[in-house]
Design a protein around this ligand. Structure first.
Ligand code: NAP
Length: 278
């Protein structure tokens, strides 16, 4: 049976260390989250981020706007936050309403306050193999989890399923930067099973239940980034845990695997941005 990669436990360990570190700062880091509209999932995510920040001594402010806010108002606010020396980190909760250009909004955030690592500057640095101000939270969290369990990446065949700018795409580059041999799969990939069977490490970020035990090579490492609710409303991941945990050597569960690591990375990134200005 596979060893279960415990994201909750690692989160508690990292956050406890961060809390001690932050308590020694004379001034405290400040994370500002912008939330537009009433999407229930976004509200929960933002609430969790705020609670976590406050628990470890990060000042957290949430700026809420109605869903019909005009793009230029949001842009002016981001400029104001960019120029405010008390603000360490800015996060705009995605997705945004359709009439607002997500690209334009993300591009407005100053790279040195871009806590998600999504601005063109930080993405460009990542994809040229250089160090961005910070790395995107979910892929960073995946690497923290793999490193905690001392899972070797160099020379390993890593298969990333999904190529979004939030997870799959930066994940593939971060694995490449760690000298893994990376294959990226997506909705047009043919014979997914043939590819997953050659993987030493599988990172699935799709949002559908697509991985089953019979698709895996014996002893591989399986990281499940996906989160969605099935027909009965139960929280699920991309991976069929029961069949996969019989074949894999390590596996991350949903919930309790990558999810807690994403929020942990957000806290780490806020502190990293703060330390850049010390
Ligand atoms: P997304 O933007 O919808 O991307 C999904 C990706 O999956 C796309 O690249 C898509 O391919 C690919 N895909 C769809 N069907 C496929 C199939 N049958 N075979 C192979 N690839 C397929 O989603 P996302 O934002 O990256 O998020 C992915 C999942 O991770 C979601 O469940 C999300 O909730 C979860 N998530 C979890 C965390 C966390 O902290 N645990 C953080 C972020 C996201 P195309 O590009 O060809 O369309």
């Amino acid at each position: 049976m596979a060893i279960v990669l415990n994201g909750k436990k690692l989160r508690e360990k990292i956050l406890a260390d961060l809390k001690i570190k932050i308590s020694k700062f004379e001034q405290k880091p400040k994370l500002v989250v912008i939330l537009v509209g009433n999407d229930p999932a976004s509200k929960i995510y933002v609430n969790n981020k705020q609670k976590c920040a406050q628990k470890i001594g990060i000042i957290s402010e949430v700026i809420k706007y109605p869903s019909d806010i005009e793009e230029h108002t949001l842009i002016s606010k981001i400029h104001e936050l960019n120029n405010d020396p008390t603000v360490t980190a800015i996060l705009v909760q995605l997705p945004l309403p359709k009439h607002i250009s997500q690209t334009k909004i993300v591009e407005t955030i100053a790279p040195e306050k871009d806590v998600d690592g999504f601005t063109p500057y930080n993405f460009g640095k990542l994809f040229s193999g250089e160090k961005p101000y910070v790395y995107p939270c979910t892929p960073k969290g995946v690497l923290l989890l793999l490193d905690e369990y001392k899972i070797e990446l160099e020379g390993k065949h890593a298969v990333v399923i999904g190529r979004s700018n939030i997870v799959g795409h930066p994940m593939s580059q971060m694995l490449l930067n760690r000298n893994a041999t990376v294959t990226v799969c997506h909705s047009h990939t043919k014979n997914l099973e043939q590819i997953t069977k050659t993987a030493d490490i599988i990172i699935s970020a799709v949002g559908k239940n697509i991985i089953k035990g019979e698709m895996l090579k014996s002893g591989c490492v399986v990281i499940d980034v996906g989160i969605f609710k099935d027909e009965s409303g139960k929280l699920r991941g991309d991976v069929d845990f029961d069949s996969s945990s019989k074949i894999a050597s390590y596996i991350s569960p949903v919930p309790g695997g990558v999810g807690p690591m994403t929020i942990t990375s957000l806290m780490l990134n806020t502190v990293e941005l703060f330390e850049n200005n010390l």
